[in-house]
Design a protein around this ligand. Structure first.
Ligand SMILES: Nc1ncnc2c1ncn2[C@@H]1O[C@H](COP(=O)(O)OP(=O)(O)OP(=O)(O)O)[C@@H](O)[C@H]1O
Ligand SMILES: [Mg+2]
Length: 233
């Protein structure tokens, strides 16, 4: 049985959310959509008024391996789960607190939330607010994802962040903050991709691109494996 057969029995809406600008929401949506498209029929929806995902997608000369839509219409958002032709719908959300109504509207129809954070205290502070104010009160399944890891800081530095999540001294009632084992390293091909309109599955497999290809592929596999083993009520 393939991962896709084992995993998807319904249209799954996955929000990528963090009320902190620049942590990588748009990047995670576009790269993960590309990886998941290897196994699933994927739609990307841009609800951020900045329209970064839309601009990235429009810049691509090569066809993206997933479908794309932008919408700020709450009624259209409510109908996303009726789009049964898709296995996975990835939603890019705004990073600004003033857009909290859009964020809540997306979370209300989401099955799973990916919460990217940089391995810095300031980024984590904002992410904890998003968890406390929006994600945990709705009882949503979520996982933190550490992005923009600087390889030169060494694995100990990253591991110490992951340990902090597991210990969770910030949010009462949560034993450890759920997180992906995989993290995403800072790399120039990922930084350049929005300007070139490309996604990770279009990168040449060479030394320069290796970290990006391997990080996003492992992230996609970890997510699909989690779906394959989850029990739904
Ligand atoms: N792993 C990475 N390696 C290199 N650059 C990255 C990485 N992740 C994100 N970036 C870059 O960091 C910047 C911010 O990323 P991105 O736009 O994805 O963040 P965002 O959370 O969507 O921001 P906003 O809240 O403004 O929508 C972009 O220039 C992007 O190319
Ligand atoms: Mg963005």
């Amino acid at each position: 049985m393939s991962i896709a057969q084992a995993t998807i029995h319904f249209t799954r809406v996955v929000a990528v959310a963090a009320q902190k600008g620049g942590v990588g929401k748009t990047t995670i949506v576009m790269m993960l959509a590309a990886i998941l498209s290897r196994w699933f029929k994927v739609l990307v929806v841009d609800v951020d008024p900045q329209k970064s995902t839309t601009k990235w997608a429009n810049r691509g000369e090569e066809d993206l391996p997933f479908d794309f839509a932008d919408s700020l219409d709450p009624e259209a958002l409510g109908k996303l789960k009726d789009l049964h032709e898709y296995d996975v719908i990835l939603v890019d959300t705004p990073g600004h607190h003033s857009d909290r109504d859009i964020l809540d509207a997306v979370l209300d129809i989401s099955d799973f939330v990916i919460v990217p954070t940089e391995p810095t205290a300031l980024s984590l502070d904002s992410i904890l607010d998003t968890l406390r104010d929006h994600i945990i009160p709705k009882g949503l399944q979520y996982r933190l994802l550490v992005n923009k890891v600087r390889p030169q800081r060494g694995t100990d530095h990253t591991e110490s962040w992951l340990d902090l999540f597991d210990k969770n001294e910030w949010i009462p009632g949560e034993v450890g903050l759920p997180r992906f084992r995989q993290f995403i390293r800072l790399s120039s091909p990922v930084e350049d991709a929005p300007g070139e309109g490309t996604v990770v599955t279009q990168f040449y497999d060479n030394r320069k691109n290796h970290n990006a290809i391997s990080d996003f592929a492992a992230l996609g596999t970890e997510l699909a494996a989690a779906w394959a083993t989850e029990k739904r009520s």
